[in-house]
Design a binder for this molecule. Structure first.
Ligand SMILES: NC(=O)c1ccc[n+]([C@@H]2O[C@H](COP(=O)([O-])OP(=O)(O)OC[C@H]3O[C@@H](n4cnc5c(N)ncnc54)[C@H](OP(=O)(O)O)[C@@H]3O)[C@@H](O)[C@H]2O)c1
Length: 371
């Protein structure tokens, strides 16, 4: 059998190649999984854009300037040389954009395993963990696509909301409702954050988005107000506010820091505006601070214990999934792209940022994979 890898040039993300190579035979302790399906969103493009700086290329190395972008999805074991992992089992986790992958299970448990491959030893454990679907409380067969598309994003959304509330919104609501300004409001991670923030009192959630995505953001109902990027002047310049930045757009960040004299905190979450990324030095107001989700998880684990944290996340997730999949007005409509050519086209669309924000792209390079 051959495996198909989708490769991108690390320094030119629009240059791609589909490479087919014979599968290596397994060593003792290894397993082979078919990557049945995976989600592709701006989050994965951000992994690539920050691939060198944050070592995202390190998970699935490729040679000579090429990279394999990590994606969230489902794999099924088709060959096993490990006694704790059986052929036929399904795992949720962090895969390459490939038709199959070889992993080396370590620390196996009922819940799953960690990939113990040497080159991943120094990478963050959250990305090395593979959850056994048969024992995973988040897993239900009908929500597989939604899980691949939203689960890693919503966990971040939940943690951002929790972090802001935990810090009393940095004093933004001390004298009346504080404004939470969310850029790339149409992104899944931003609207997940707004969904959580909307359940809080004493704050107003304002979505900032491009003109093309205004109607979509307004249709969600989780933002108190939605404004296009060029209408910051519709918000009072002395408003007490917090900037929650999913776009990473240097010009927008500067405009926000310059306009809002009462900016209490500036949180850098993402970089959807890949062509406008830039540094945050010498800005007026608070320092733009990178949001580090694992730090908030660690804090809550210590304060609440892993079980309570897990239960709260699961409960919030179930509420979110019900909203997103509303049969009358769904926030997310899934499109499947199966096969090498379809994957290539979907990648170009997501990279270019021209996708309908209501569409979630599910991809597969594996043959005979059910949608
Ligand atoms: N720090 C963390 O732990 C963490 C975790 C999860 C996600 N994130 C980050 O959050 C961001 C959102 O990810 P997502 O997967 O939720 O995004 P998504 O749903 O795929 O977002 C799509 C939206 O992003 C904007 N966009 C995408 N590509 C663009 C382009 N080429 N040019 C201009 N705008 C573009 C557009 O929004 P607008 O028109 O509204 O701007 C578009 O509607 C990513 O940067 C991701 O890395 C960070």
């Amino acid at each position: 059998m051959n495996t198909i890898d989708f490769l991108v040039r690390k320094d030119q993300l629009a240059v791609t190649e589909l490479r087919e190579t014979p599968e290596d035979s397994l060593n003792e302790g290894q397993v082979r999984l078919t990557v049945e399906k995976f989600a592709l969103t701006s989050n994965n493009i951000t992994y690539a854009a920050f691939g060198d700086a944050m070592n995202y290329w390190g998970f699935y190395p490729a040679e000579n300037g090429w990279g394999r972008i990590p994606v969230w999805g489902f794999g099924r074991v088709v060959e096993s040389q490990h006694s704790a992992v059986s052929v036929g089992e399904k795992f949720y986790g962090y895969y390459p954009m490939s038709s199959s992958v070889v992993l080396q299970p370590a620390r196996p448990s009922d819940e799953g395993f960690f990939d113990g491959a040497e080159h991943r030893a120094t990478l963050h454990p959250v990305y090395n963990n593979y959850a056994r679907c048969s024992a995973d409380p988040f897993y239900t067969p009908p929500t597989e696509d939604v899980q691949a598309l939203l689960r890693p994003l919503f966990i971040t959304s939940w943690l951002i909301d929790d972090f802001l509330a935990d810090n009393n919104f940095f004093g933004a609501n001390d004298n009346g409702p504080g404004l939470m300004l969310l850029s790339s409001a149409s992104s899944k991670t931003a609207y997940g954050t707004a969904f959580q923030l909307a359940q809080r009192r004493g704050i107003e959630v304002i979505g900032l988005t491009s003109a093309a995505n205004l109607d979509f953001c307004r249709s969600l109902g989780c933002y108190h107000r939605v404004l296009p990027y060029d209408q910051l002047d519709h918000v009072a310049k002395d408003a007490a506010c917090v900037y929650v930045d999913f776009a990473g757009n240097a010009g927008l960040r500067k405009a926000i820091h310059t306009r809002f004299a009462n900016l209490k905190y500036s949180s850098s979450i993402g970089g959807t505006h890949v062509a406008q990324l830039g540094g945050a030095k010498d800005l007026p107001g608070p320092r733009a601070t990178l949001f580090f989700a694992p730090a908030q998880i660690k804090k809550r684990n210590a304060e609440w214990g892993a079980d309570i944290l897990g239960q709260r996340l699961l409960q919030a997730w179930q509420g979110f999934v019900a909203k997103v999949g509303d049969p009358v007005a769904p926030w997310l409509v899934v499109e499947h792209h199966v096969g090498p050519d379809a994957v290539k086209t979907a990648y170009a669309e997501v990279l270019g940022g021209h996708s309908d924000p209501r569409v979630g792209h599910m991809l597969s390079l594996a043959a005979n994979t059910p949608a």
